[in-house]
Design a protein around this ligand. Structure first.
Ligand SMILES: Nc1ncnc2c1ncn2[C@@H]1O[C@H](COP(=O)(O)OP(=O)(O)OP(=O)(O)O)[C@@H](O)[C@H]1O
Length: 394
């Protein structure tokens, strides 16, 4: 879809901003470019939409050399979102968003209709925000308008240069989540510049780690964190990369425990029987629609016969306790861990997309999943040790 072939850029003052870039971005892929200030990330972006021209090499968009495409036509195919959003201060949010469709010759009415849809898509109610002016918005809201505007021409490619750099960390995380959800819907080919490794890891399908005008590693987030290709990458991702890795390691089916499951309408005698059969002292409780309700305990094992008798009376509904912590399958181990801490819970239900219970995560299964993630790290270290030994032994 987008391909860099031996691309270099030397500015007239002699600065070599990028030096022999070779990489490819697939259609619908979100690639983050990460690296310290001045390593050439912004220049790389500007070469794509021809705000800068390469000194050597070429860039292909859908197989076509961008240097042969008229820059104005090219930029219609490429949305551009920058940190200083650059909204027109004297136009309303709706008109700002409709700017490009109007330029593209869409009727004003159709363009505004589309703009309203896009504002909706980025989480701004057009009825509330459409008539406001940019200075009547928060920084985060302005960024959303910037994203809506970039999407307005429905370009297949989006270039985003630190779009969430100017907002506080909480708003930033919200914008990142919203953007991920939006990207699931629109599936653009995205180049996203950031100097924040956490942001790169959260958003990227792949990450290009830049150092001094070159790509040091181009890989999945898990690989960049788990097996940094060079010392430079290792120091850039930080010594807490094991922890960062939690945010890219998903909860998998194999991690789940399967406690007995009972329904609110079941009798307690049935519930106790199931727990006894499984050798456990609690069961997950679902309501009549199979939606998570909570849990029920088998009761105190030291209870007298009479007490046990009482505990067995009636339905599960009379004994069940609420438990609302749950996760989707595929959530990160980091989310699992923080949910468990937040609810101070001994277990968390894991649900599928249709809210059906798939199993539960307990501290011990979470621990195993953490091990799985850390082992993957250690294995990659061992592998390089082995290579060294082979070299030394030869
Ligand atoms: N127009 C220019 N003329 C000369 N040098 C430039 C020009 N633009 C950028 N540079 C230099 O090229 C190098 C790469 O700059 P670039 O803006 O691409 O880096 P960056 O990784 O995006 O940095 P930041 O994260 O600070 O935005 C820097 O040394 C910068 O000073």
């Amino acid at each position: 879809m987008l391909r860099f072939e031996h691309v270099s850029k030397r500015y007239p003052n002699g600065t070599v901003a990028v030096d022999g870039l070779d990489f490819e971005v697939n259609e619908g892929e979100l690639v983050t470019l990460v690296g310290p200030s001045g390593c050439g990330k912004t220049t790389t972006m500007k070469l794509v939409n021809r705000l800068e021209e390469p000194t050597s090499g070429r860039i292909l968009l859908d197989g076509e050399d961008v240097s042969r495409v008229d820059p104005v036509k090219l930029r219609r195919r490429i949305g551009y979102v920058i940190q200083q959003v650059g909204l027109f201060p004297h136009r309303t949010v709706l008109d700002n968003t409709a700017t490009v469709p109007v330029l593209l010759g869409r009727g004003r009415k159709a363009a505004r209709q589309r703009a309203a849809e896009l504002l909706e898509l980025v989480g701004l109610d057009p009825a509330v925000y459409g008539g406001r002016y940019p200075d009547q918005l928060s920084g985060g809201q302005r960024q959303r308008v910037g994203v809506a505007r970039a999407l307005a021409a429905d370009p297949p490619v989006l270039l985003m240069d630190e779009p969430f750099g100017a907002v506080d960390p909480v708003v930033r995380e919200r914008l990142q989540n919203e953007f991920l959800r939006l990207q699931q819907e629109v599936r653009k080919t995205v180049l996203f510049v950031t100097h924040d490794i956490e942001e790169a890891v959260r958003l990227g399908d792949r990450i290009a780690v830049f150092g001094e005008g070159r790509i040091e590693q181009y890989d999945s987030p898990a690989a960049v964190l788990g097996a940094p290709a060079t010392d430079y990458v290792a120091s850039f991702v930080g010594s807490d990369r094991g922890l960062k890795r939690l945010s890219v390691t998903p909860v998998e089916r194999g991690d789940l425990e399967q406690p007995p499951v009972v329904h609110l309408a079941d009798s307690m005698a049935t519930a106790r029987e199931r727990m006894r059969a499984d050798g456990v002292r609690w069961a997950v409780v679902l309501d009549e629609d199979d939606v998570l309700h909570g849990w029920v305990s088998a009761g105190d094992s030291g209870a007298s016969g009479e007490e046990r008798e009482r505990e067995s009376v009636g339905t599960v509904a009379g004994h069940a306790r609420r438990m609302e912590a749950w996760l989707r399958l595929g959530s990160s181990l980091k989310t699992a861990f923080s949910t468990m801490l937040q609810y101070d819970a001994g277990w968390i239900a894991v649900l599928d997309e249709e809210d059906r219970l798939l199993g539960v995560l307990t501290p011990s299964t979470l621990h195993e999943a953490l091990r799985r993630s850390i082992d993957a790290d250690t294995r990659s270290v061992e592998r390089s040790d082995v290579e060294l030994e082979t070299v030394n032994g030869a």
